[in-house]
Design a protein around this ligand. Structure first.
Ligand code: NAD
Ligand code: DAU
Length: 360
């Protein structure tokens, strides 16, 4: 039975990945999930699998060298899938330090622990032991509105403290591959959406605000473009790269689904109106008047767009879920998980929201 060490598995993409992997492999694999449970980590995301015999949760900080080494010492880890990170650009603009700590130093701890556990006396590595570093398209910087795509060969040009910290972590993984022939891959993915996404990110924030009749804060002119990918497609891509990709390679993962932020918000409003029954009292409040333009994000990247040509040609992956289908599934999930949303928006969330939006 192959053992996976997933970091950040209680977050948005990590929890979707764990669900995807158990759906795909059932009892053929074992998953150990290491997560610090920051504000973004939520064990409710994994409630339906927490009692599986082939699943273990360990609460730990990836910067804690001793704890991470112990996880490797006590288990024959064959696959690492490293999601754990601080992931929100707006938070990184206000508080960059924790981004450097977790995203850069935490990745270094993960690399060192895996290297120590997998390296053989002659400097080669145990066969079929692999590390996958989950990264972002934001490391490539910003594209012009009227053209161009991010390829694996595009030079790094990060702008925010978040993307700079992810770029640094990518560079460390590249250095370990180049220097030690450490068996790894990097994936750089575009914007994900889907179940379990924390409502600090555009899509769940807009769904939640609209359902409560609250203003929908659009940064700048609302014409920034992101390339949206349904999260399950990303999870599938990660697994395919790890099993079918060439070691030491980077693969870009993207949806070929570019949309301006305002288009996304209009689609959410229309879909909510379509899906809610007339008898639902919230329906009348879901109008375009909720849209409110606010001060722009500092250093706001204009456009991201991935060319997923390499992953398609080499690995056979392509985005399967159209945005029209994906956004309906996502909204349906939020309808069915009102309690989840109530839990994650209680406590510190209100303070975060006030800090970020009250004087904007
Ligand atoms: P998230 O913020 O929802 O989850 C991050 C998880 O990491 C949380 O469970 C949190 O508790 C955990 N964590 C944070 N610091 C930790 C630490 N020091 N030690 C252990 N655990 C820690 O993030 P996400 O959106 O699921 O993103 C996951 C990964 O995918 C990140 O590396 C991110 O850069 C990358 N990524 C995200 C997107 C996206 O659109 N969300 C796109 C491309 C790449
Ligand atoms: O591209 C991949 C990246 O996508 C990931 O690496 C990041 O972890 C993830 O957070 C995401 O980054 P973005 O900054 O693109 O996502 P966010 O949801 O924060 O914002 C998407 C767009 O919407 C962006 O142009 C800013 C805008 N926005 C966002 C919020 C939260 C608004 O206009 N209003 C808002 O309230």
């Amino acid at each position: 039975m192959r053992t996976y060490l997933v970091t950040g598995g209680a977050g948005f993409i990590g929890s979707n990945y764990i669900h995807y992997m158990f759906k795909k492999y059932g009892n053929e694999i074992r998953i150990i999930n290491v997560d610090k449970l920051t504000y973004a980590g939520n064990l409710e995301n994994l409630a339906d699998i927490e009692n599986r015999e082939n699943y273990t949760f360990i609460k730990a900080d990836i910067c804690d060298t001793e704890k991470i080494n112990a996880v490797f010492a006590e288990n024959d880890i064959q696959r690492v899938v490293h999601f754990a990170a601080e992931s929100h650009v707006d938070r990184s603009i206000k508080h960059p330090e924790v981004f450097v700590k977790t995203n850069v130093l935490g990745t270094l701890v993960m690399l060192n622990a895996a290297k120590a556990a997998w390296e053989l006396p002659d400097g080669s590595f145990k066969p079929d032991h692999k590390f996958l570093h989950v990264s972002t398209d934001e490391v490539y910087g910003s594209l012009e509105e009227d053209g161009g795509y991010f390829y694996e060969t595009t030079p790094y040009a990060p702008h925010s403290p978040y993307s700079a910290s992810k770029a640094s972590s990518d560079m460390l993984v590249k250095a370990y591959m180049d220097t030690y022939k450490f068996p790894a891959n990097i994936t750089n993915c575009s914007n994900n959406y889907g179940p379990y996404q924390f409502p600090e990110k555009l899509i769940p924030l807009m769904i939640n605000n609209a359902l409560h009749g609250r203003k929908l804060p659009v940064y700048g002119d609302g014409k920034n473009v992101r390339d949206w990918l349904y999260v399950e497609d990303h999870c599938k891509g990660i697994d395919m790269v790890q099993e079918k990709g060439r070691l030491f390679e980077t693969y870009n993962i993207g949806g070929h689904n570019e949309r301006q932020n305002l288009q996304i918000i209009h689609t959410i409003l229309e879909t909510l109106r379509e899906m809610l029954p007339d008898s639902d009292p919230r329906k009348a409040g879901i109008t375009d008047e909720l849209i409110t333009f606010v001060e722009d994000r500092k250093g706001h990247d204009r456009r991201y767009a991935i060319a997923p040509d390499k992953i398609r040609a080499e690995v056979g992956w392509y985005p399967e879920t159209t945005f029209e289908v994906g956004i309906r599934k996502t909204i349906e999930w939020y309808f069915e998980h009102e309690e989840w949303m109530n839990h994650v928006t209680s406590g510190d969330y209100q303070k975060y929201y006030d800090d970020m939006y009250s004087n904007r």
